[in-house]
Ligand binder design. Sequence first.
Ligand SMILES: *[C@@H]1O[C@H](CO)[C@@H](O)[C@H](O)[C@H]1NC(C)=O
Ligand SMILES: *[C@@H]1O[C@H](CO)[C@@H](O)[C@H](O)[C@H]1NC(C)=O
Ligand SMILES: *[C@@H]1O[C@H](CO)[C@@H](O)[C@H](O)[C@H]1NC(C)=O
Ligand SMILES: *[C@@H]1O[C@H](CO)[C@@H](O)[C@H](O)[C@H]1NC(C)=O
Ligand SMILES: *[C@@H]1O[C@H](CO)[C@@H](O)[C@H](O)[C@H]1NC(C)=O
Ligand SMILES: *[C@@H]1O[C@H](CO)[C@@H](O)[C@H](O)[C@H]1NC(C)=O
Ligand SMILES: *[C@@H]1O[C@H](CO)[C@@H](O)[C@H](O)[C@H]1NC(C)=O
Ligand SMILES: *[C@@H]1O[C@H](CO)[C@@H](O)[C@H](O)[C@H]1NC(C)=O
Ligand SMILES: *[C@@H]1O[C@H](CO)[C@@H](O)[C@H](O)[C@H]1NC(C)=O
Ligand SMILES: *[C@@H]1O[C@H](CO)[C@@H](O)[C@H](O)[C@H]1NC(C)=O
Ligand SMILES: *[C@@H]1O[C@H](CO)[C@@H](O)[C@H](O)[C@H]1NC(C)=O
Length: 433
Amino acid sequence: MKLLALAGLLTAVSGLASHVIPGAQIIAANDKSELRNVGAFHQKYPDRRTVTIRSSKSENDDVSSDFLWGIKQANHGGRLLLEKGKTYVIGKKLDLSFLNNIEVQLEGEIKFTDNITYWQANNFYYSFQKSITFWVWGGQDIKIFGQGTLNGNGQKWYDEFSGSQILDPDNTFYRPILFLTDNATRVSVEGITQLNSPCWTNFFVRTNDISFDNVYIHAYSTNASVDAANTDGFDSYVVDGLSVTNTRIDVGDDCFSPKPNTSNIFVQNMWCNNTHGVSMGSIGQYSGEMDFIENAYLENITLLNGQNGARLKAWAGPDVGYGRISNITYRNVQIQNTDKPVVLDQCYFDVNATECAAYPSAVNITDILFDNIWGTSSGAEGKVVVDLTCSPNAVCSNIHLSRINLTSPAGSPPEIVCDGIEGDIGVNCTSSS
Ligand SMILES: *[C@@H]1O[C@H](CO)[C@@H](O)[C@H](O)[C@H]1NC(C)=O
Ligand SMILES: *[C@@H]1O[C@H](CO)[C@@H](O)[C@H](O)[C@H]1NC(C)=O
Ligand SMILES: *[C@@H]1O[C@H](CO)[C@@H](O)[C@H](O)[C@H]1NC(C)=O
Ligand SMILES: *[C@@H]1O[C@H](CO)[C@@H](O)[C@H](O)[C@H]1NC(C)=O
Ligand SMILES: *[C@@H]1O[C@H](CO)[C@@H](O)[C@H](O)[C@H]1NC(C)=O
Ligand SMILES: *[C@@H]1O[C@H](CO)[C@@H](O)[C@H](O)[C@H]1NC(C)=O
Ligand SMILES: *[C@@H]1O[C@H](CO)[C@@H](O)[C@H](O)[C@H]1NC(C)=O
Ligand SMILES: *[C@@H]1O[C@H](CO)[C@@H](O)[C@H](O)[C@H]1NC(C)=O
Ligand SMILES: *[C@@H]1O[C@H](CO)[C@@H](O)[C@H](O)[C@H]1NC(C)=O
Ligand SMILES: *[C@@H]1O[C@H](CO)[C@@H](O)[C@H](O)[C@H]1NC(C)=O
Ligand SMILES: *[C@@H]1O[C@H](CO)[C@@H](O)[C@H](O)[C@H]1NC(C)=O
């Protein structure tokens, strides 16, 4: 036992080079010229021991075991470099839950295979909204940066999912999430592009202090008859400390939608096209469960061509949960050509008026500020540009609108609807009934 451990230690210290797998390389942190040769450089971060692995020769050349090897070699103070101009195909699920002080410099492309049979049988499953993922990132001090691309290769998934509804209780066609952290602390992602996720683009679970900066998220379908459905930019579950800055998002669902038990949220300079909204929620979905979202500050947001702009959403129905959304500020938000520019929806998901009245949401909405919100609706809701309808079974208080300049192409004056909100909301509004 002891001897084996000693031998292992010796190999780890002295014999790394002899265990390098074919096509891989480990470059010492002080080998500046070789680091420069491979493009291992970032002005913000000092040089580190840097690992490279072989890239894929074709769309089917799965390098997932090389990738896992590279991650293990780079863990504890090193860096894995995925080189510019190269593609790394991942065709097997990966457990990356053991990370501690690692950098991944992504200059090339990581591309997942679209073998639906394989991924639907091999994935990591989360019961929350029946989410699955290709891989799980967990641990602490994880930095991912570079100009490269994380490519979910989603088209085949969009085609085969077509016509289904992710929140339909009978749906069994699960699609992988492109990037997922679980049980992670201090994660930062900078500069990369996230392309065509089969489902949500990012999902953070039991994660603290995670930040995204200067990331571009795009999901689109080349098949005119199907959408890149449910490709949300950001979702979260039990997260404290979530920062998203300088981000452009063009996807087929919410740009940003923290979910149960997310707190201390900061969003700045976000541009969103074709979206279902920059939302708080949905929460209150699961029977008997208490959810919250609190302390969010969002500023300088541009929302174009969407179904919703700034949205708060909570579930209603016979078998749902309860909770609260509190202390949320939306400031300096431009909204154009959007069906519901500002909306509080407490009849989520697709619950009709009769059902919603019979089983109203029990999610309280308190201390909300919408400040300096301007632009135009699409006219889909007539002259209504703001719709804040509180559930009769919840408390909606201290909700304030200031500097609202939203118009509707359907005519003027634009209407602000408010129902069941306690106290003055700062602007004249009418009841929907
Ligand atoms: C897809 O995955 C299945 C199950 O792992 C496997 O049997 C099949 O050969 C794979 N198909 C392709 C095209 O790689
Ligand atoms: C979370 O990660 C820590 C180490 O970072 C580990 O000790 C703990 O067991 C993990 N918890 C779960 C539930 O996986
Ligand atoms: C587009 O998607 C539909 C629905 O899945 C499918 O029937 C059709 O073959 C797809 N078209 C192309 C060009 O792949
Ligand atoms: C607001 O965000 C946009 C990107 O959506 C950015 O171009 C612009 O510089 C930001 N404005 C300020 C004042 O930071
Ligand atoms: C925004 O989306 C629309 C489609 O709704 C597209 O025509 C337009 O090019 C997109 N804008 C930008 C700047 O990408
Ligand atoms: C969310 O927080 C509430 C209140 O603290 C707690 O009862 C609930 O179990 C939490 N949910 C999760 C999924 O951790
Ligand atoms: C409200 O949230 C902000 C962050 O957006 C935070 O700074 C402030 O302390 C919170 N207020 C309360 C009363 O918790
Ligand atoms: C919602 O507000 C009511 C009335 O103040 C309160 O009794 C209830 O506990 C609140 N619910 C939550 C989840 O905070
Ligand atoms: C509303 O939804 C309930 C539950 O799905 C359904 O039974 C009812 O027929 C619906 N009512 C209307 C008016 O559509
Ligand atoms: C409201 O917005 C329109 C353009 O959408 C602009 O022309 C007008 O000056 C704005 N009004 C105020 C009071 O800011
Ligand atoms: C609300 O409407 C009344 C009557 O038209 C008007 O006197 C008042 O100034 C309006 N208040 C606000 C905040 O616009």
